[in-house]
Design a binder for this molecule. Sequence first.
Ligand SMILES: Nc1ncnc2c1ncn2[C@@H]1O[C@H](COP(=O)(O)OP(=O)(O)O)[C@@H](O)[C@H]1O
Ligand SMILES: [Mg+2]
Length: 416
Amino acid sequence: MTEPAELQKRLELLQGISIFFTLPDSDMRRLARKLQPRHVASGEEVVKQGDVADRMHIIVSGRFEVSETWAPHHSVTVAVLGPGDFFGLSAMKGGTPQAASVTSIEQCELLELLTDDIDAVLTEDSPVRAEVERLVEQRRDTIEHLVDRAHEISTSHDGRIIAVYSVKGGAGKTTLAVNLAAALGQRNRGECLLLDLGLPYNNAALTANLVPTGSLAANERASDAELEEMLLSACIHHPTGMMLLPGALRIEHSELITPELVQRSMTALMRTFPYLVVDLGVAMSEAALSVLERAQRIILLVTPELSSLKDTKELIELFRTVLNIPDGSVTLVLNRPRATSMVDRNDVERSLGRSVDVELEHDGYRCDRAAVTGELLVAAFPASPLAKKVKALAMALETEHKAKAKTAPVAEKVAP
Ligand SMILES: Nc1ncnc2c1ncn2[C@@H]1O[C@H](COP(=O)(O)OP(=O)(O)O)[C@@H](O)[C@H]1O
Ligand SMILES: [Mg+2]
């Protein structure tokens, strides 16, 4: 027996669902009594594409990812569903296979309605049935449209590579890369990808409180034709609007990240993402060099320590003489990950022979806080001085990108 209070809660949930708006109160109560609660662990596939379902699902709490697969290992996420959303509607359109798979991305609570129970309540001529048929069609169209978009091949390479680098670990690369990507993602939903090539692996994912499942290294054998789709399906969404792709999931996969794979991947990813922020780590590997050479913008972090200054000076020299990177492509950021420092901005500028473009203050409290809660500075403390500076930098990159896009020739689009 369901408690009256629980029944009332379920009734309210049903009343909030658009397809049931026209349902008489008595039928709504009958359906509410039929709802069966179900706990779902994270990562569970509740609906499998192609299966004929025997129930529909209403989300009470947690989030699910809807993904459509069109060939083995080729899938694209078409939606993320949350509380109050429902799925498995084709259960109400007898015998129709599910258009997409639905997998939980965290622990979830569902309420389920069996087809038999729905059939017992809703008569053949019920307006709700007509509504459901329409919605099933509409959802199918949306999914097809999104998949077509993912298929769309563009010959233009308008994506912009923004590489974040420093000569030392602990300089704030990951912190800046993640927050910069998030700030770009907040303003341009789904258009900014953070590619994590830094060591230790998945620091960016951890910083952003995400659980990575795929990576660049995992796709090293993919052909050019497969690579784009495989990489896209390995990208994870962050609530801020940015996307994230780890370089590798395990340290022993580092050697799979060849310069060639990195180049092919960047070419593929730039078709989809106007902004590609790359967290490079400190290793001056061939792969890292190949990113630096290709980046339109290098964010070079320096910390106020003598050893960091000396190595950074040599690096700037290397940019100029060996890599042919113009000074104008390098944004020099002075960061203060530690509370005290021996050198100030003037010392830095004098010793490097160039001006500091952005100076970030030490903000131990908020950085620690963000690490503990798994939130990002730009989302959790948007008004803090550090977050404001990062957002200003994101805006400057956006303006630069848009100006370049305007002067570039019109992109040629090729139909799939
Ligand atoms: N401006 C800052 N104020 C306070 N702490 C910072 C600042 N920048 C970075 N940190 C902290 O310094 C540590 C190292 O930063 P991280 O981004 O991981 O460096 P890297 O990726 O260069 O190794 C992290 O704990 C981070 O929270
Ligand atoms: Mg790092």
